[in-house]
Design a protein around this ligand. Structure first.
Ligand code: HEM
Length: 498
């Protein structure tokens, strides 16, 4: 089968050569690049390297520089790996770099890019971003009761496990927490922990993430898109699309049911249906648009916060000195409170420093900040072709030796008294990206991370399961859009008071 595929792949060789010549160097001064193979360019390199994509690209940048050129099939690709270069790309030249690549799975699952995340930069994106920021992402405070209620329920669940001397699978419980928060604020539903609807949602989310990160021939060899049918990519994508579409349609139908009780707080579907009814959007806001935005909120909003809290807990367990210090700060409320709310958290400067340090160090896929150049431009003395795929490697930037002292160390103190934050003004720390496309859900994401983490440390002491110690903690990551820990983080919680 593999040989057959390879032969089929070689058939349109003349077309390829034509395209390569068309997209070739043509004497332009491209950034440094490793040697490439004919046709596939550098696509094979990742295949034969066992490292994670962020580590693999970082290693290449150490050899070729912080602005690196790769050719992935027919797609010119730029990799950015230093604070200085990402400032060039995300600030100085943001307008040239603020589009998104047209990728097959993303296009299909976003109803032909009528969403916010996968839409190219144009007037439509600007209007869509405005509507989403004003009506959805600014509602951080309105959704505060949902976050506080869900974190309180999580604490109760961990208390019960602690009473029964059972270990806590933090990776799993934190995923459940952020899924539940998104389901409640997205479509006003709270699924049972073990119910079939929850596993349906979870399964759909995993499949969507898998499709968005799977290899498709059409993304790198536009004339070979038909090979996606032979590899099974096409059928899998269509199946995922149909299942997701049915899921969204059921939710929208429930919201349109005149007998539905009026909710206390409008969820995202309510808000979008209202905008569509009022005509408050310069383009038609159809059901497809609403479904596409829901996909963005699910994909971007669920895993990332859960993954971050799990990484923070892993780093703290590995570094007990910092765990104790964070707990000491959080526990200044003892005797006054049973639960820390979002007001209490504002004063927790050390906890915030720990979160920043985790953002700097946690494994992050370079896919997260994936852009496309709108036009040909000059960066750092090099030319970047129009329609280049751009990967900004936030993880590599977090260890840029020009800005970080001892970049390998976990040291939250580096942020105490420092003005550096992750809000898009400091290009050495960009977990949420920067510039026009910066994550609009940052405040929502951070609110969940801070609240969950503060209460986990406030209410419990944490230990490794019996027979294990901190040397058994690993920091292996899973590939995906949000980078999760490969092995679940399982710890024992000890209640510090009743
Ligand atoms: C810890 C949590 C989160 C992290 C680390 C994160 C990270 C990111 C990053 C790196 C980008 C790409 C930015 C760029 O290209 O410059 C992004 C975009 C985006 N994020 Fe987040 N995010 C988080 C939470 C959320 C949440 C909670 C939501 C929604 C409820 C959300 C919605 C989005 C959307 C819609 C975009 C695309 C924006 C556009 O293209 O205009 N994110 N996020």
């Amino acid at each position: 089968m593999a040989i057959l595929l390879f032969l089929i792949f070689l058939l349109p060789l003349p077309f390829f050569l034509f395209i390569l010549l068309k997209h070739g160097n043509h004497g332009c001064n491209l950034p440094p690049s490793p040697p490439a193979l004919p046709l596939i360019g550098h696509l094979h390199m990742q295949l034969f390297d066992n490292s994670y994509p962020h580590v693999f690209l970082w290693k290449l940048s150490q050899k070729y520089g912080s602005l690196l050129y790769l050719r992935l099939g027919c797609k010119p690709t730029i990799v950015v790996s230093s604070a200085k270069m990402d400032e060039e790309v995300l600030k100085t030249h943001d307008l040239d770099f603020c589009s998104r690549p047209d990728q097959r799975a993303a296009r299909r699952l976003s109803y032909n890019a009528v969403d916010l995340t996968f839409t190219p930069y144009n007037n439509y994106w600007r209007e869509m971003r405005k509507v989403c920021v004003v009506h959805l992402f600014s509602r951080v405070q309105q959704y505060r009761p949902i976050r506080e209620d869900e974190v309180a329920r999580l604490m109760d669940k961990i208390c019960r496990l602690s009473d029964d001397s059972k270990p806590v699978n933090l990776s799993e419980t934190l995923m459940c927490l952020s899924n539940t928060i998104i389901c409640r604020l997205g479509f006003g539903k709270r699924y049972d922990d073990e119910g079939s609807e929850r596993s349906r949602f979870h399964g759909l989310l995993n499949e969507t993430q898998a499709m968005l990160t799977s290899f498709s021939f059409s993304d790198y060899f536009p004339l070979m898109g038909w090979l996606d049918r032979l590899t099974g990519f096409h059928n899998r994508l269509e199946k995922t699309y149909k299942e997701l579409d049915t899921f969204y349609q059921e939710l929208i139908d429930e919201h349109l049911d005149p007998n539905r009780p009026k909710p206390e707080e409008n969820d995202i579907i309510d808000v979008l249906l209202q905008i569509s009814k009022d005509g408050g959007f310069p383009f038609d806001l159809t059901t497809d648009h609403i479904k596409a935005i829901l996909m963005n909120v699910f994909v971007a909003g669920t895993d990332s916060s859960a993954a971050t809290v799990t990484w923070v807990m892993s780093f703290l367990m590995k570094n007990p000195k910092y765990l104790k210090r964070t707990q000491a700060e959080v526990r200044s409320f003892i005797g006054k409170k049973g639960f820390l709310n979002e007001d209490d958290i504002q004063s927790l400067t050390y906890l915030k420093a720990v979160i920043k340090e985790t953002f700097r160090l946690q494994p992050t896929t370079p896919l997260l900040v994936s852009r496309e150049t709108l036009r040909r431009c000059n960066i750092g003395g090099y030319e970047v072709p129009a329609k280049s795929l751009v990967h900004v490697n936030a993880w590599a930037i977090g260890r840029d030796p020009e800005v970080w002292e001892n970049p390998e160390e976990f040291c939250p103190e580096r942020f105490i008294g420092s003005s550096i934050d992750y809000k898009g003004q400091h290009f050495e720390l960009i977990p949420f990206g920067a510039g026009r496309r910066i994550c609009p859900g940052m405040r929502m994401g951070v609110a969940t991370v801070e609240l969950a983490l503060a209460n986990l440390l406030y209410k419990f002491d944490w230990e490794m399961p019996p027979g294990m110690n901190e040397d058994d903690l690993d920091f292996d990551a899973l590939p995906g859009i949000a980078t999760h820990k490969k092995n679940d983080l399982i710890l024992v919680a000890k209640k510090i008071y009743d």
